[in-house]
Write a protein that binds this ligand. Sequence first.
Ligand code: NAD
Ligand code: ZN
Length: 360
Amino acid sequence: MSHKNFKSIEKTVFGRGSFNQLAEIIEPKRSLNNKYFVYIVDNYFKGKELEARLQQKPEDTIYFIDVDPHEPTTEQIDQLRDEILAQKGLPGGLIGIGGGSIMDIAKALALMLCNEGPSQQYQGLNLIKKPGVYHLGVPTISGTGAECSMTAVLTGPEKKLGLKCDWTIFDQVILDSELTKTVPVDKWFYTGMDTFIHCIESRDGILNNAYSMAYGEQSLKLCRDIYLSDNAGQSPENDDKLMVASLMGGLSLTYSEVGVCHALSYGLSKIFGEKHCYANCLAFQHLGDFYPEGVKEFNTMLAKHNITLPTGLSANWTDAEITDMAHVAYNLPHMWNHALGTDWKEKMTIERIEGLFRRL
Ligand code: NAD
Ligand code: ZN
């Protein structure tokens, strides 16, 4: 058996206000390539206080991207790559400021600036041919772990799958939880629950191990402080904790794997365009037979924060849509293997997955 051998983020700064160190951090990289930086910023920040704090130089290019219409696509990355290269050539580096969507766009773009052809052809493990440009991530909403993962998840014409290789990992992240204070409560809940679900799925499967458990247990402890304790809710202290929980949850599953909920969530995102964290929540509430303790805690958290998730959705789905989602989910064998064991094909079939979707 060969064990996973992963690269980590090269440099990490953590602390409230650390975003102010951005200019100083990228200064040594400014002499690279065509000597300018590209900023990829969540459109939410356009016209907000953060826009005035970007500390960009006149030669830099800033793109504000609206992440709400859809999750990042291969087509979107290819268009941005072509535009950037046509305008000013290869930048010294690229900075992503936003949530999981922007983290993935920044990681994918950094790679695709140096790799020819459509990004669709690189969806998968170790398909990228050349290292990308220097890239730095600044998460502004906590939970996905995209700031530390080695994958840039993209939806392509055929599949939702990441560009996954050592070069995907950020060279630098700035973890400044002050930037998350404006996250509305519903998004705070759904994205934070991605961390919680990462930890439960990482733990409850055959690939769990001392290394993934250590990160996962600590992340779960932080999640309980943030969502279940007497001090639960959004606060500077809890925002700090959630940013660390997100990172540790991501590291936990890097050395283990996600499971049933993520497989279903990918189906919901691919066929109906549901956003990852919300799709996870839609599915997880119905998976008590796979994750009894986790779902019980999840339901307590929903009640504590007055979050109501819709049910009865499948009544409005066609059989064809349910079958399509089941195929997307079935084609994630690493997740089923982890969750159900190496004999998972005897336990899970397309028909059974359709049955799981019909619970929603
Ligand atoms: P997101 O990036 O789509 O952002 C969610 C919403 O929050 C958006 O409306 C955004 O504008 C808003 N927002 C972000 N920061 C804010 C702030 N500080 N104040 C107010 N609003 C703010 O959401 P997400 O849940 O962080 O990420 C989901 C994406 O992450 C999906 O595309 C999913 O595929 C991807 N993902 C990637 C990985 C990975 O390892 N690469 C893991 C999990 C999820
Ligand atoms: Zn996730």
